[in-house]
Ligand binder design. Structure first.
Ligand SMILES: CCCCCCCC/C=C\CCCCCCCCCCCC(=O)SCCNC(=O)CCNC(=O)[C@H](O)C(C)(C)COP(=O)(O)OP(=O)(O)OC[C@H]1O[C@@H](n2cnc3c(N)ncnc32)[C@H](O)[C@@H]1OP(=O)(O)O
Ligand code: FAD
Length: 618
């Protein structure tokens, strides 16, 4: 392809087979980036050319039957043998078998494996190892390895998610993935020597980045153990845009279809209106359109933040790691929740035809919805963000200045909303900041009261986790609203575009308040009158957006071949497309289906059915 930007390459491949989930998806999305980000310069030199030219095809094998969320609980072991200078990979229990990794069952011949590192009798936690699982000659499974597919799934039918286990498989010491990354002062070519002053092991064997095992098995601690989680942060930062893409495509399909579909007389004898003129259809679809724009902007922001912070990490500055983790974990959860729920609403808004594969919507849904689970189960990710927010809250209470986007935390909560009939964007942001600040404080207060009441830290955490979840969700929602408003106010858009997009942005903010009214009104921040302003504004915005609704989805510029939808076709020829789709169905290639003779004919015309059939009937 010649495309060097991996996100661009991902979306280019998506154009070729949208939402088909390529059998090489994990090779591109996680295997290559893991080598890129987690291997030493020597290891990259050895593996990248092979992997980039498909001489190594791999996946990211971390999740096990018994553990997916709790990485520190993974049971696969990698024990260093100083005598042979090898790691012994083993799956000691049934629950330690790797289970779920994409492209694992039949496609990959290598994988990067997350395993608990043991050396000199001590455990050093999860580390990554390069493991060949199939022969490069005939693709046969190598000795000491069991691998296969996990069977049918909710979706992802084109991806051979698999299982994998090891029976004391030996791999060379050089296969532990450890690129050096956080040394700011020492130039990279010297990084290899950072720890070797201690034992002078040969450069090509240096296990770099954040930790290493010397030939005698000495383990050198990393600067931050969570650097091993770097590939997950990268994909989480990418998933936000992917979720936005799925929701945007579903909006294109459902809004274009709603402009074509006419149903029910608007008044006795009158013509059937476009269903997009029904206010209830606008109430369900237009906020999703606004959400798609908001998540696209959020996806750009978080991925750019990932690139910036990752550059700093690669220069040894780990300062922004916690903020990036909190942002990527929370937005990954928020975006996939919003997109999954939104795509389902788009499907339902298309009536019966929405339930047909011809609509393209089921395929988008089953491709986006696992994003609520993979790369960090959403609730767990939200709680990771909440963990960061609690730290920010205590720093704010100690009078410390908070970084960037979390400065709202710890603010004075006694103020009231400035909301007027006009519904200014600034008042919307203030409302979301107030709600998030209040929920962060409420969660912190809950934790404190439980601890003061004698609960241990982990009991207080679990006893507050619903409120922690609410706080993290409000934090992510605020981020998306504020990021959208900032984009509108950045004046980088033409005046006509700003007018239209301002309405879309206003709708995103207003609708979010009305759908979560309790959280905005619990402390009297909004008066009943101000809620009335918001309700009237929302209905007015529907009317305002209606004339531009189709143009707003056309603006996403997804070609018909990417949408794969009879309902969302650019030319609007929905019914002909549906009829052609039906006619092309494989079952319609013969007038009488072969099963008639075996199953129906004996029922309908038993007298003419053969004796064998009669017998079968008994
Ligand atoms: C430039 C190159 C671009 C390449 C782009 C590639 C193309 C991609 C384009 C589009 C892609 C779109 C979609 C692709 C679809 C891909 C297919 C699906 C693939 C799915 C693959 C998987 O599912 S892989 C397996 C994923 N598994 C997980 O995510 C497991 C989740 N669990 C965890 O992450 C951890 O267990 C945990 C974070 C929940 C807990 O970790 P742990 O127990 O170790 O920590 P603690 O909770 O005790 O916290 C301690 C401390 O650490 C901090 N921390 C935790 N994690 C991180 C982190 N990642 N980074 C930084 N800091 C971290 C935590 O905040 C705590 O800090 P304190 O200060 O102590 O509070
Ligand atoms: C389509 C798909 C593709 C995948 N691809 C890969 C891959 O390529 N490589 C790979 O390694 N893995 C892959 N996975 C696995 C995926 O990463 C895990 O399923 C995911 O991390 C969730 O872990 P789990 O399945 O153990 O869920 P669990 O953690 O068991 O979650 C079950 C429930 O427990 C709750 N829970 C768990 N821990 C906590 C907690 N601390 N606090 C509160 N609630 C909690 C969760 O919120 C959830 O509701 C894939 C999964 C899917 C569905």
């Amino acid at each position: 392809m010649g495309i060097t930007d991996m996100q661009e390459a991902f979306y280019y491949r998506e154009c070729a087979a949208a939402h088909e989930n390529s059998p090489l998806g994990l090779h591109y999305a996680m295997f290559l980036p893991t080598i890129n980000k987690q291997a030493t310069p020597e290891q990259k030199k050895k593996w990248l050319p092979l992997a980039e030219n498909y001489k190594m095809i791999g996946t990211y094998a971390q999740t096990e039957l018994g553990h997916g969320t709790f990485i520190r609980g993974l049971e696969t072991t990698a024990t260093y043998d100083p005598k042979t200078k090898e790691f012994i990979l083993d799956s000691p229990t049934l629950t330690s078998k790797k289970y779920w990794p994409g492209c694992l069952g039949k496609t990959s011949n290598h994988c990067v494996v997350m395993a608990q590192l043991y050396t000199q009798g001590k455990s050093h936690g999860p580390h990554m190892f390069m493991v060949q699982i199939r022969s490069m000659e005939d693709h046969s499974v190598l000795p000491g390895i069991e691998v296969g597919v996990i069977g049918n799934k909710f979706g992802y039918g084109t991806n051979d998610n698999g299982f994998l286990s090891f029976d004391k498989l030996r791999i060379p010491r050089e296969n532990m993935l450890m690129r050096y990354s956080q040394v700011g002062r020492i130039p990279r070519e010297n990084m290899l020597m950072r720890y070797s002053q201690v034992s002078r092991i040969p450069r090509e064997n240096m296990l770099m980045r954040y930790s290493q095992v010397h030939e005698d098995g000495t383990y050198v601690k990393p600067q931050n153990a969570k650097l091993a989680y770097g590939s997950m942060v990268l994909i989480r930062s990418s998933i936000v845009s992917d979720a936005a893409r799925g929701l945007a495509q579903a909006c294109v399909i459902s809004i274009r279809y709603s402009a074509v579909r006419r149903q029910t007389e608007a008044y006795p004898g009158g013509e059937e209106p476009q269903i997009l003129d029904y206010q209830t259809q606008q109430y369900r679809l237009f906020p999703l359109l606004a959400s798609a724009y908001s998540l696209q902007l959020a996806g750009k922001y978080v991925f750019n933040t990932y690139l910036e912070v990752n550059d700093q990490i690669e220069k040894g500055n780990l300062e922004s790691m916690p903020e990036l983790h909190a942002l990527s974990a929370g937005l990954k959860a928020f975006s996939t929740y919003e997109a999954s729920a939104g795509i389902e609403v788009c499907r339902i808004c298309c009536g019966g035809h929405g339930y047909s594969q011809a609509s393209g919507l089921p395929k988008i849904y089953v491709d986006v919805v696992p994003g609520c689970t993979y790369e960090g189960e959403n609730t767990v990710m939200m709680l990771q963000t909440a963990r960061y927010l609690m730290k920010c809250y205590s720093r704010a209470k100690q009078g410390q200045k908070l970084p960037g986007f979390v400065q709202y935390i710890g603010q004075n909560l006694n103020k009231k909303s400035c909301m007027s009939e006009e519904v200014a964007l600034g008042c919307l942001v203030m409302a979301y900041e107030h709600r998030a600040a209040r929920l962060v404080e409420a969660a912190a207060m809950r934790m404190q009261s439980l601890i003061q009441g004698g609960k241990k830290q982990h009991e207080a955490w679990n006893g507050s986790s619903v409120q922690l979840f609410w706080a993290a969700k409000a934090h992510c929602h605020l981020f998306c609203v504020k990021n959208f408003v900032d984009a509108i106010q950045a004046k980088s858009l033409s005046s006509k575009t700003v007018t239209v997009m301002k309405s879309v942005c206003q709708l995103y903010g207003v609708h979010g308040i009305l759908e979560n009214l309790g959280e905005f009104m619990q402390d009297g921040f909004f008066s009943g009158e101000q809620v009335g302003y918001l309700q009237r504004k929302m209905l007015a915005l529907f009317e305002n957006i209606r004339p531009n609704a189709v143009a707003l989805v056309d603006a996403f510029d997804y070609p018909d071949m990417v949408l794969g939808s009879c309902l969302g076709r650019y030319d609007g020829q929905v019914y002909q497309a549906l009829y052609d789709y039906a006619k092309s169905a494989p079952m319609n290639q013969t007038e009488i289906h072969s099963t008639y003779y075996k199953h129906l004919k004996p029922l309908i015309n038993p007298e003419t059915t053969s004796d064998a059939m009669q017998f079968a009937k008994l």
